[in-house]
Write a protein that binds this ligand. Structure first.
Ligand SMILES: Cc1ncc(COP(=O)(O)O)c(C=O)c1O
Ligand SMILES: N[C@@H](CCCC[NH3+])C(=O)O
Length: 444
């Protein structure tokens, strides 16, 4: 029996400190190492659903959604479903009054399955297939964001009074990892600023399309709000040029998402209040300068709404101490459930859970079970020196781009996604089984 169990009034004092703003809201670590998320004990979740497991705290997501709506009054907040989309998440998005960005017929099918309001859906994609476009037109999605001049001729003949935005590359560097930097000329998304006025003319020539605004998205995990402000200013300038050239005033300006979150205590956060302030100023100034009515703004955060709501639970399988080299702690997941370290050099905050260790912390490298030396989940993170096989580890801030980026590499089935709320835990996505994997393998 732990001290906390013997003397319940001592429990708060015995709680260990968790880094602020990284774990789901209200997460606590008890004196016995139990981690509570959304009122559920994570050792019980691990026992019930197995490991690895993604856990998602509904209240954290809803709170972030409300914070966004409160910080940006009058601005449409559109959740970018690519970060994590399931039917439950789509319902939460609908209930919180957000719009939803989908970027494939598959994501649209999830939205459709919960009757997500079509007028609050925005379809994205730099290479939408005929199936993507057909699905969007069938469901009458509110807006399609045109990404290329080819797409104008693909979509135009199929559409009837379809509202569209034009995605423009504003030539603004978001100063983020090059793989997720999309505001600069040398990347695949959008139409260059210099070509956008002509492209707008091509859209206006299509009787089936109704051009209602412009879009830009300069990248992901952005910390510099000045870059988003600059892109906004440039696009308002473009609205004026389009008015001057084509005699049409576009009413909508979607400035994308990309707002950063903190994965480790040392990371820069994102100044949402600062962004709101700078956008209000930029919108008023540029609209006045160009004698334009202020367009309705849309923001499209994915990560900033859902990353902090998620954690991942792993079981330690082996520990290798290589003297003078490093300690490798190998867990039962890896790059198939989290490719972000391999893709972007991402770093995380980890916690041993399920027991309290008094051993001193040492740097260890947490690796996965896949057949790649680069299958590293966390390099040189402090873990108790007595960590051993059978221990449980929790990794914070895994709500965004984990489940959605997962693969079945080495034919390891993808983990379940468990939602926690008010002390209950329920399965949103079940674990992928060997039978699931074999079902698609139909040629013998
Ligand atoms: C068009 C568009 N909107 C929104 C997002 C959401 O990005 P994030 O999750 O970084 O907010 C993305 C992804 O970068 C995107 O491509
Ligand atoms: N997958 C990236 C974000 C991509 C954003 C989508 N355009 C990440 O995990 O950081």
């Amino acid at each position: 029996m732990t001290l906390g169990e013997l003397i319940p009034s001592l429990r708060p004092a015995l709680r260990a400190k968790l880094a602020a703003g990284i774990w789901p809201q209200g997460t606590t670590l008890d004196s016995d190492g139990e981690l509570h998320v959304g009122g559920s004990a994570m050792t019980r979740v691990a026992a019930r659903f197995g490991t690895p497991a993604y856990v998602l705290d509904e209240a954290t997501f809803r709170r972030r959604a409300r914070q966004y709506r409160a910080a940006l009054p009058g601005v449409e907040v559109c959740y970018a479903g690519k970060a994590l989309l399931t039917r439950a998440v789509a319902r939460w998005v609908a209930q919180e009054g957000l719009s939803l960005d989908v970027c494939s017929a598959g994501e649209l099918a999830v939205a459709r399955s919960v009757h997500f309001p079509a007028d609050r859906l925005i379809l994205h994609g730099n290479a939408k297939t005929p199936e993507d476009l057909k699905a969007a037109l069938d469901y009458h999605v509110g807006r399609i964001v045109i990404d290329s001049t080819d797409e104008i001729s693909h979509l135009g003949p199929l559409a009837h009074d379809q509202r569209v935005l034009l995605r423009v590359t504003p030539d603004v560097d978001g100063h983020t990892h090059h793989a997720i930097s999309t505001g600069v000329p040398d990347q695949k998304f959008g139409i260059p600023l210099g070509a956008a006025t002509d492209a707008a003319g091509q859209v206006l020539d299509q009787p089936g399309l109704r051009l209602v605004g412009l879009h830009c998205h300069i990248g992901s995990q952005l910390t510099r709000i000045g870059a988003i402000e600059e892109a906004t200013r440039r696009l308002i300038g473009l609205l004026a040029t389009i008015r001057d050239q084509h005699g049409i005033v576009l009413a909508q300006l979607n400035i994308g998402g990309g707002h950063a979150v903190r994965y480790t205590p040392g990371d820069d956060g994102f100044d949402l209040a600062g962004l709101a302030h700078r956008l209000t100023g930029a919108l008023a100034y540029e609209s006045e300068r160009h004698r334009l009515p202020a367009p309705r703004l849309t923001v499209e955060p994915g990560r900033a709404l859902i990353a902090q709501a998620g954690i991942t639970l792993y079981r330690v399988i082996t520990v290798k101490h290589l003297p003078g080299v490093r300690t490798f702690v190998a867990v039962d997941g890896g790059m198939s459930d989290n490719p972000r370290p391999a893709l972007y050099g991402a770093r995380y905050t980890l916690q041993l859970i399920g027991r309290r260790s008094l051993a001193a912390s040492h740097p260890a490298t947490v690796v996965g079970r896949h057949c790649e030396a680069g299958d590293i989940l966390a390099r040189d993170v402090p873990l108790p020196g007595d960590i051993h096989a059978g221990d449980l580890l929790a990794v914070a801030t895994t709500g965004a781009y984990h489940h959605s980026l997962a693969s079945t590499y080495n034919l390891v089935g993808r983990p379940p996604l468990v939602a926690v709320h008010d002390g209950t835990a329920r399965l949103l996505i079940r674990r992928e089984t060997e039978e699931d994997l074999l079902t698609r393998d139909i040629g013998v």
